[in-house]
Design a binder for this molecule. Structure first.
Ligand SMILES: NC(=O)c1ccc[n+]([C@@H]2O[C@H](COP(=O)([O-])OP(=O)(O)OC[C@H]3O[C@@H](n4cnc5c(N)ncnc54)[C@H](OP(=O)(O)O)[C@@H]3O)[C@@H](O)[C@H]2O)c1
Length: 272
């Protein structure tokens, strides 16, 4: 996917949320060997060092990888954000990061504009190639753009067939912001057991997860599914050799329940 800053990001990635630090290197090496090139971590996941070790030990040229991390909610504000970035770079053992995101807007703290300016500084210095945000609503996006003039290249949000975020996707498309999908397969919960989806998957000789990931690709979102199981890594990546026709896309659209699995960004604040 071509980003608004001229850089490119793979359209399907591998997320490492909730992978314990001591298991992360092994999982990420397996994912890279399975073919993933986009790896999504965060300061808050506590496993950046494992991602860094995997970058070194995977046998793939690090220049071929696209590494994303996210600023912890504890480091909003210019100076803290810059320091936190330095620490990530050390843990990840990279000289230049591919993508740095503000993890949550934290509107009550009200430091996300200043924090966004810190990311702009890092990009100007060439320390990160692309900058973006996560869990930003239209309101937060409008505010950083109007106050800084710089449009994020990515907004990473919860997005799956049960919560497809149509209005936010439409807004992002108008503004040239690429949408990355977290929880892309509904965090492995009830979505994948939905009888309609299971039936459609049976008809198409694919798994429910593959249908959902293919749905993302056809919507133009960038899904970053997580799994620690190598067989599922391969399954989740094997979505480039079939297509969903309009009727299959419509059947998946029926799964919308309008409910998030995760927190509402307008009210999500710093964990105690
Ligand atoms: N920006 C944010 O605030 C935010 C929030 C949440 C997540 N994220 C990012 O998005 C990534 C993905 O989201 P997520 O991890 O929350 O949820 P997800 O990728 O939608 O779902 C992961 C769950 O699905 C299971 N699973 C994976 N592939 C499967 C398959 N083919 N069939 C059946 N079950 C399968 C996994 O279990 P096994 O591991 O046992 O296979 C795991 O329990 C994260 O890892 C993280 O990088 C970002």
């Amino acid at each position: 996917v071509l980003l608004n800053d001229g850089n490119r990001i793979p359209q399907l990635g591998y997320g490492v949320f909730q992978i314990p630090p001591e298991e992360t290197e092994k999982a990420v090496v397996a994912a890279i060997r399975a073919g993933y090139r986009l790896i999504d971590t965060a300061q808050g996941y506590g496993n950046e060092e494992g991602v860094g070790a995997a970058i070194r030990s995977s046998g793939v040229d690090p220049a071929e990888l696209f590494i994303t991390t996210k600023l912890t909610s504890y480091a909003h504000g210019r100076d803290k954000a810059l320091r936190a970035f330095d620490q990530s770079i050390q843990r990840l053992q990279v000289e230049q990061l591919d993508l740095f995101l503000i993890h949550w807007p934290l509107p009550r703290l009200d430091l996300y504009v200043e924090t966004w300016q810190a990311l702009m500084e890092l990009q100007q210095q060439g320390r990160v190639r692309s900058i973006g945000v996560s869990n930003f609503t239209e309101r937060h996006l409008n505010r950083i753009v109007s106050e800084t003039g710089v449009v994020p290249s990515i907004n990473q949000v919860e997005l799956h067939p049960e919560f497809p975020q149509a209005p936010l996707r439409e807004f992002a498309a108008k503004r040239g912001i690429a949408v990355e999908a977290w929880g892309p397969i509904g965090q492995g919960g009830r979505l994948l057991q939905n009888p309609e989806l299971v039936a459609l998957a049976g008809e198409m000789n694919r798994t429910p997860a593959q249908l959902v990931l293919r749905w993302h690709l056809q919507l133009g979102t960038i899904p970053i599914p997580k799994t620690t199981r190598p067989a599922r890594m391969i399954e989740n990546l094997d979505v480039f050799s079939f297509e969903l026709d309009a009727s299959a896309m419509d059947r998946i659209a029926e799964l919308d329940v309008g409910e998030r699995l995760g927190p509402d960004p307008e009210v999500f604040e710093l964990p105690a």
